[in-house]
Design a protein around this ligand. Structure first.
Ligand code: ADP
Ligand code: MG
Length: 339
């Protein structure tokens, strides 16, 4: 009998692992936008063709990468963001797993252009099936452009799982909005098949909310701000009369990371109590800042679920904070401030 176990080649291992990180164009949008934010960019362009199936490109004016880093960034577990497991509990960046670019490079054709401010020329790299096909110097502005082309060209089964362009585009826009909402101080644009769908100027959180969710919220936002030693909560909640019958205008961010939390959603809903028309959902855009020691963001690769060390305290805190803000507004409805 011969032995039967063998190690999978890197590109196959990467393709399998990619399934957890990159399910659809929107997953790549999230990862590439977050990388641009982590790179300190102030202007970030997202360009798509065919809802991202043909092209997802992110151009940023961030730090750029050295020639060596430009090659290394496509390796699995290659990251500049953490060095030890302890670092996870003081994390201030959106990324840390070092998996996104490796995953993208395993399931799409990738072109990278990048240059650091201190380098005279930049680096151009083309990757397919996790392997570098071409590398050469390039004239490029400071920052990085990453293009992901023909997603799942080499995994037809997954390509077939992609939905219609309209459906994929909805996912893309959701991810774009989540990142853009949490960084109003950065400029974001989104262009699809040559048409600009979003042009979000740098501004305040209130301006960002209104430019994304609609001008009708302009006079309908109640500011929330509560700072304690343990955590800060700030953002805006909608006035009860602006509540909608449909969901979609509800956002929680923990340390700038979008999260889903039915539990915290409940805390907000109960804070409105009798004020809400039945079966309606108020707008909220709430930022929770806690010491990273108190949260574990390592629960899921897409990091939309996180664990708090004391959820009940958080629930009570959110509920009380929102009640307080709504009560203040009810007592003096003209009270208005920006954040
Ligand atoms: P992670 O973000 O978890 O570190 P990624 O695979 O997303 O992993 O990226 C790998 C590394 O490549 C990052 O840690 C960073 O050093 C570098 N990188 C990725 N995108 C950019 C960018 N837009 N600008 C500068 N550096 C980048
Ligand atoms: Mg990343």
């Amino acid at each position: 009998m011969t032995d039967i176990i063998h190690l999978l080649p890197d590109n196959i291992a990467n393709q399998i692992a990619a399934g957890e990180v990159i399910q659809r164009p929107a997953s790549a949008v999230k990862e590439l936008l977050e990388n641009a934010v982590d790179a300190g960019a102030t202007e970030i362009q997202l360009i798509l063709k065919d809802a991202g199936k043909e092209l997802v490109q992110v151009i940023d004016n961030g730090s750029g990468m050295s020639e060596t880093d430009a090659r290394l960034c496509f390796e699995r577990h290659a990251t500049s963001k953490i060095r030890s497991i302890e670092d996870l509990f003081s994390i201030r960046t959106m990324g840390f797993r070092g998996e996104a670019l490796a995953s993208i490079a395993a399931v799409a054709q990738v072109e990278l252009k990048t240059r650091r401010a201190e380098d005279a020329v930049g680096t151009y790299i083309e990757i397919e099936n996790s392997a570098v096909r071409k590398q050469e110097p390039v004239q490029w502005q400071t920052g990085t452009s990453i293009s992901m082309k023909n997603l799942f060209f080499n995994v037809p089964a997954r390509r077939n799982f992609l939905k219609s362009n309209a459906a994929e585009m909805r996912h893309v826009v959701d991810e774009f909005i989540r990142v853009a909402m949490s960084f109003p101080q950065l400029q974001f644009t989104l262009t699809h098949n040559g048409a600009q769908l979003f042009y979000l100027e740098k501004g305040s959180l209130k301006q960002r909310i209104v430019s994304i969710l609609g001008q009708h919220y302009n006079s309908k936002l109640v500011a929330v701000k509560e700072m304690t030693d343990y955590m800060n909560v700030y953002g805006f909640v909608g006035k009860p009369d602006a509540a909608k019958k449909t969901r979609g205008d509800q956002f929680f961010f923990v340390n700038n990371r979008f999260i889903r939390s039915p539990y915290l959603h409940h805390a907000v809903m109960t804070a409105y109590a009798e004020m809400l028309p039945s079966d309606s959902y108020p707008l909220y855009v709430l930022f929770i800042e806690v010491n990273p020691e108190h949260v574990d963001i390592n629960v899921h690769p897409t990091k939309q679920e996180i664990k708090f060390d004391d959820e009940k305290v958080l629930y009570a805190f959110i509920q009380a904070t929102i009640k307080h803000s709504l009560a203040q507004f009810n007592v003096s409805p003209t009270l208005d401030f920006d954040l």
